[in-house]
Write a protein that binds this ligand. Structure first.
Ligand SMILES: Nc1ncnc2c1ncn2[C@@H]1O[C@H](COP(=O)(O)OP(=O)(O)O)[C@@H](O)[C@H]1O
Ligand SMILES: [Mg+2]
Length: 390
């Protein structure tokens, strides 16, 4: 994996003498103490993380926890008080104005919560803006802007005034404007927080779609844990200017490292985050068709189960056999083929647990997880699906 952005011990303190305050903070003053004694605010303290190329990295935290301060350090809208920021292995914190402009033009684009559009320009000319600044010809920038607009579902809206657009539409324009420069890195500061829940959900899926196609490196901020877990490959949780924990949604759910994280994920619906692959057993308890009923019985006995999946020599799923049928087959000298049942459910590895709930309540067998070639990847026992619901 290529590291696209590396943030190393970044601290941002607001106030007239941030560097002087830094020493006090390092020797252990809390955010509130520092503010009370010195009037300086710790925006971010000692943040470190890496973002990989093509990854969607979410920074989540309550209002005031330092999310905006941190993301604004990444394009130096905020100069960090301390620490280093590498983009493509180049430390940017001491960039000159000129270098910084070049960086913003070439590699970075930002999408804001309140869209930040130019109200007197129409949709097309808003999206063209960045290209115009870069001196791209009228013809070329119009072409690019139209393509990008179509990509966010705004074909035919080019001539509309910004004020004629709904919030969701305006944010599509914001996104199109950011994408028009074809940046490697998209910085998104609560881009959907001002939208109605329905529109918001639509935009979340839109972003996932766009990301599946374009594979940008995205740093996305939200205060909403459900949004964070839906969108993020990994999520960093911030509290009082510090990063509390970084992990995949699954890691945060299954292994919260602080009380605070535990509280946060209480609000999450586990069944919408966990996928079949996360709860399946890569079972050794399976039987090959050629093995016969005695081997099947042994497999059930040694694993304490009353049915077992049967596969071909290429591990393709052929069916399931129950213990009763297997015992009868041994007595009557039948092959496994004759007692195969097919009344079990199968699912793919990416299915969310939520969709497995009806299957789990309806079946007496485990659910088989198979790949697109019908190969058995693992099994899900009913309790793994249903226990998450309490
Ligand atoms: N320009 C600024 N001057 C002084 N304090 C600031 C400034 N910007 C942010 N802060 C303070 O830094 C902390 C983090 O704010 P912010 O990064 O905006 O949080 P979030 O985006 O998570 O809501 C807050 O205590 C806020 O008041
Ligand atoms: Mg903010």
């Amino acid at each position: 994996m290529t590291v696209k952005v590396k943030v190393e011990h970044v601290t941002k303190i607001f106030g007239p003498y941030p560097k002087a305050i830094l020493e006090k903070v390092k020797s252990g003053g809390s955010k509130n103490e520092i503010l009370a004694h010195t009037g300086h605010t710790i925006g971010v303290y000692d943040a470190s993380f890496e973002v990989h190329a093509g990854e969607t990295f979410v920074i989540m935290g309550l209002s005031g926890s330092g999310k905006s301060t941190l993301i604004r350090c990444l394009n130096l809208l905020n100069r960090p008080t301390d620490g280093n920021i590498y983009i493509d292995d180049e430390n940017i914190v001491n960039y000159t104005k000129k270098e910084l402009l070049a960086l913003r033009k070439k590699k970075l684009a930002m999408v804001f919560q309140h869209f930040g559009l130019l109200p007197h320009r129409n949709v097309l000319r808003n999206v063209e803006y960045g290209l115009e600044v870069r001196g791209i010809s009228k013809e070329e920038r119009t072409k690019t802007a139209k393509t990008v607009l179509a990509g966010v579902g705004l074909e035919g809206w080019e001539d509309k005034k910004i004020s004629e657009l709904s919030g969701g539409m305006q944010q599509r324009v914001g996104l199109a404007r950011a994408l028009a420069n074809d940046p490697d890195i998209l910085l998104m500061d609560e881009p959907f927080s001002a939208l109605d829940p329905l529109i918001r959900r639509e935009m979340q899926y839109e972003l996932l779609d766009i990301q599946a196609k374009l594979k940008k490196t995205i740093i996305f901020i939200t205060h909403d844990v459900n949004e964070a877990f839906k969108i993020g490959d990994r999520v960093a949780v911030m509290k009082d200017g510090k990063i509390e924990q970084i992990g995949t949604p699954k890691e945060l759910i299954t292994n919260p490292q602080t009380q605070y994280i535990e509280e946060f994920i209480k609000d999450i619906d586990r069944s919408k985050v966990m996928q079949a692959r996360n709860v399946m057993f890569k079972t050794s308890a399976l039987v090959y068709l050629k093995d016969g009923p005695r081997v099947a019985l042994k497999a059930m006995e040694s694993n304490g189960i009353s049915s077992v999946f049967v596969v071909s020599s290429e591990r393709k799923l052929k069916g399931i056999v129950t213990i009763e049928d297997t015992i009868r087959a041994i007595k009557e000298d039948q092959p496994l083929e004759d007692i195969l049942k097919n009344d079990f459910y199968t699912t793919g590895p990416d299915t969310y647990i939520q969709e497995l709930i009806p299957m789990a309540t309806d079946t007496k067998y485990p659910i088989a997880v198979t790949d697109e070639n019908d190969k058995l990847l693992g099994i899900i026992v009913r309790v793994s699906v249903l226990s998450g619901l309490v």
